[in-house]
Design a protein around this ligand. Sequence first.
Ligand SMILES: NC(=O)c1ccc[n+]([C@@H]2O[C@H](COP(=O)([O-])OP(=O)(O)OC[C@H]3O[C@@H](n4cnc5c(N)ncnc54)[C@H](OP(=O)(O)O)[C@@H]3O)[C@@H](O)[C@H]2O)c1
Length: 246
Amino acid sequence: MVEFGLIGKKLSHSFSKKYFEQKFIYLNLTDHFYHLFELKEISGLPKLIQSHPAIKGLNVTIPYKEEIIPLLNGLDDIAEKVGAVNVVKVEADKTLSGYNTDYYGFKKSLLDWISPGELKALVLGTGGAARAVCTVLSDLHIPYIKVSRKKQDDILTYEDLKTDELFLKEHKLIINATPLGMFPEVNTHPDFNYELVGPEHYLYDLVYNPELTLFLKKGFTRSASIKNGYEMLHLQAEKAWEIWSV
Ligand SMILES: NC(=O)c1ccc[n+]([C@@H]2O[C@H](COP(=O)([O-])OP(=O)(O)OC[C@H]3O[C@@H](n4cnc5c(N)ncnc54)[C@H](OP(=O)(O)O)[C@@H]3O)[C@@H](O)[C@H]2O)c1
């Protein structure tokens, strides 16, 4: 038997479980199982690993992508750079290695869509996903500014975007790395003046459910190019499988 699973605090519906269970069927891996592990605290991880000796890999979701790091034995270079882990490999000797496949998924999906050129970006949100996005943008030499609800040094607020139109005029790539617009809150969207968006803008939403969020709909109405998080989601899952399989 070989086991995998997703750890998080609240796991009502999971893309990963469906994705990997379908993969096991497709590859005829009848002894492979994927579980949902709801942990009240990340400190429950060692006990979980102990009680499931067949575990080979874990996906990690909110709110543990950063909290899990001190419990791991090592990080690969990208996870170290991002400062967040969404994939854990349980090595043969039971040591735990952390990876960040969100970085890989975002980078590949972005480069399949745009050529960076002279683009500058706004990154909406400052959570784990935004950290992976910002690391990719830095590595691709795409200048960016983060946008948050809280005023902090070097970070804009949504109010700043409203008071100075230049931010939206000069930053043509706008990336939603907040959960705004995600099912079931489909009527929410990042709060800025969409009238300033035009055909030369690119709106990338990390949200993948629904396929067309209000953020993307508003961009599309203004003739911007749009992309949702679906391709990133698949790419990050495939990369996780590759990591667990070697
Ligand atoms: N497509 C993919 O493969 C993929 C991969 C990873 C994540 N995601 C998606 O990306 C999104 C963000 O993920 P995450 O793990 O970074 O989530 P998160 O930590 O829960 O939230 C990210 C950030 O969004 C901002 N935010 C949260 N609630 C908000 C609200 N009501 N209004 C405005 N801003 C709000 C916060 O930044 P401030 O406090 O600074 O405002 C927060 O740090 C989720 O929808 C997730 O499903 C997709």
